[in-house]
Structures are given as structure tokens and as C-alpha cells.
Design a protein around this ligand. Structure first.
Ligand code: NAP
Length: 250
């Protein structure tokens, strides 16, 4: 068991990549907190999963745009699970709007969740992990953190910010025993893609040399690696899980 006895928080853990990561960590012996919005399916997911594995599975309502809720998430997790060994900073939203039409409100909301939210969670994690002298933070970036895409200015700005913020945090945290990495998923078959029609999906599939969308479990496996001691000499990197999307054009 690769995460035996470890304590893990997954933001956005009620759905998609986050939920798959929660399950993989439980399978590997960890106790896991699903941190997601109050009205999400996080509570019912945690109730289903708790008791199925050796570790505990808890739900904690947490909106990553709210510093008070984020800080409380960490205080309560330390109280109940004894510490925080790994965090998957995964909560995020999409957003496709022509840049000449996007409102301040929409732009700032995407930044607030996908970039500032990642920082709030990382900051709270660092405070706990510095006290412990150990820990691993994994931020969810995207292929769109290293590639541009039309009509996604806010999303690409946020994800590009996550990639470079990960480097800065990693350098700062390394002397204190904490690793910080990111994952760059390609297009993954999750509810985030539900709004796309079949033609759009086929277009996206064709951009991945492997010839299909990714599965949430495939991203979860990358999280598990970076979260665990197997990645003990890996920090500041973004691991692309993208079916070859960013490898280049054929
Ligand atoms: P998903 O199925 O929609 O899961 C995202 C989760 O985050 C949802 O449970 C969502 O809740 C939650 N969330 C949204 N806003 C939040 C907030 N303010 N505070 C806390 N939780 C919040 O999407 P996914 O595809 O698994 O995406 C997970 C991560 O992967 C995101 O960071 C996304 O940008 C990234 N990613 C996804 C893809 C892809 O193709 N799917 C590709 C690259 C990167 P609600 O459902 O209630 O909004």
C-alpha cells in the first residue's frame, strides 16, 4: 500500500478527476478528505466510500474562494486525522467565451477559483506541512497552462499561473521538507466536458496522439505518484498527463 496511514485532502473531490483521486488514495491505504462545495455530492460520496477501505473518508464543505473556509478545512483535518501528508489542489472550473465579450465578473471568477484558490489551499497546506517538516502539494494545471487556446484567456492565464507558481512554491518549500508539483491533464472525460457536442469532442480527441480522451483514473495515478514517497526527489515540475498533446504536432 503506497499511502498506508497517510492523510490526504482533495479539493473538488466530489467529481471527475478529484473523485477518482480520492478512490485511488483510499485503495492505497490513505484517509481522505473530500473538500468540495456545500451543495456538491461530496457528502454522499464520502458516506459511500467511508468504511469501504481501511482509511477514513470524510466530507468537508469548502469553497476555495473563501480563505476562512480553506483555513478551517486544514484545522479540522489536522484535528480529525492528525495531520495532512498530501493535498490535491484540484478544484477548478472551465470557461470558454470570446475575449471581447468576457465580463470582468467571469474573468475574475475563473482566476479566483483556478489560480487564487490554488494559492489559498497551498498556503494553508504549507502552514501545516512546515510544522510537520514534511508533505506534498500537487496543483492541478492543464495542457492549457503551457499551450494557448482561443476564447479561454482567463482559464489559460490561471493555469499558466499555476505552472509557474508551482515552481516558486517548490523552491521556497524544499528546505522545509515540502514538495510542490503540478499535473497537466489533457482533455479528460469528466463532467467538465459535458457542455461540448460530439463534433467538438471528436476535434479534441484528434489533438491527442494517443487518439482518445484521458480517464480520470489516469490523472489520479499521476497524483498518487507525486503525492507519495515514490516522488521523493521530484519537486517544482508539471507532469503532463495528456496522451501526447503537448509533445508537438505530427
Ligand atoms: P469536475 O468534474 O467539474 O470537478 C471539479 C470539482 O471542483 C467539482 O466537484 C466542482 O464542484 C468543484 N469546484 C468548483 N468550484 C469550486 C470551488 N470554488 N471550491 C471548491 N470546489 C469547487 O472537473 P474535472 O474535469 O474533474 O476538473 C478537475 C481539475 O482538472 C480542474 O482544475 C480542471 O481545470 C482540471 N483539468 C480538467 C481537464 C478536463 O479535460 N476535464 C483538463 C485539464 C485540467 P461543482 O461541480 O459543484 O462546480
Amino acid at each position: 500500500m503506497r499511502m498506508q496511514g497517510k492523510s490526504v485532502i482533495v479539493t473538488g473531490g466530489a467529481s471527475g478527476i478529484g473523485l477518482a483521486s480520492v478512490e485511488r488514495c483510499l485503495e492505497e491505504g490513505a484517509s481522505v478528505v473530500i473538500a468540495d462545495l456545500k451543495g456538491s455530492e461530496g457528502a454522499s460520496r464520502a458516506a459511500e466510500l467511508d468504511g469501504k477501505y481501511a482509511g477514513t473518508c470524510l466530507f468537508k464543505a469548502c469553497d476555495v474562494t473563501d480563505t476562512v473556509q480553506v483555513d478551517r478545512l486544514f484545522v479540522e483535518t489536522v484535528d480529525e486525522l492528525g495531520g495532512v501528508d498530501s493535498v490535491f489542489n484540484n478544484a477548478g472550473i472551465g470557461g470558454v467565451t470570446p475575449s471581447d465579450e468576457v465580463s470582468d465578473e467571469e474573468f475574475l471568477r475563473i482566476i479566483d477559483i483556478n489560480l487564487s484558490g490554488v494559492f489559498r489551499v497551498a498556503r494553508a497546506a504549507l502552514r501545516v506541512m512546515y510544522r510537520q517538516g514534511s508533505g506534498s502539494i500537487v496543483n492541478c494545471a492543464s495542457i492549457l497552462g503551457v499551450f494557448g487556446q482561443s476564447q479561454t484567456a482567463a482559464y489559460t492565464a490561471a493555469k499558466g499561473g499555476v505552472v509557474n507558481m508551482t515552481r516558486s512554491l517548490a523552491i521556497e518549500a524544499a528546505p522545509k521538507g515540502v514538495r510542490v508539483n503540478a499535473i497537466g491533464p489533457g482533455y479528460i472525460d469528466t463532467p467538465l466536458l459535458e457542455a461540448l457536442d460530439d463534433e467538438m469532442l471528436q476535434g479534441l480527441i484528434s489533438l491527442h496522439p494517443i487518439g482518445r480522451l484521458g480517464r480520470s483514473e489516469e490523472v489520479a495515478n499521476a497524483f498518487l505518484f507525486l503525492a507519495s514517497e515514490e516522488a521523493s526527489f521530484v519537486t517544482g515540475t508539471t507532469l503532463m498527463v495528456d496522451g501526447g498533446f503537448t509533445a508537438g504536432k505530427s
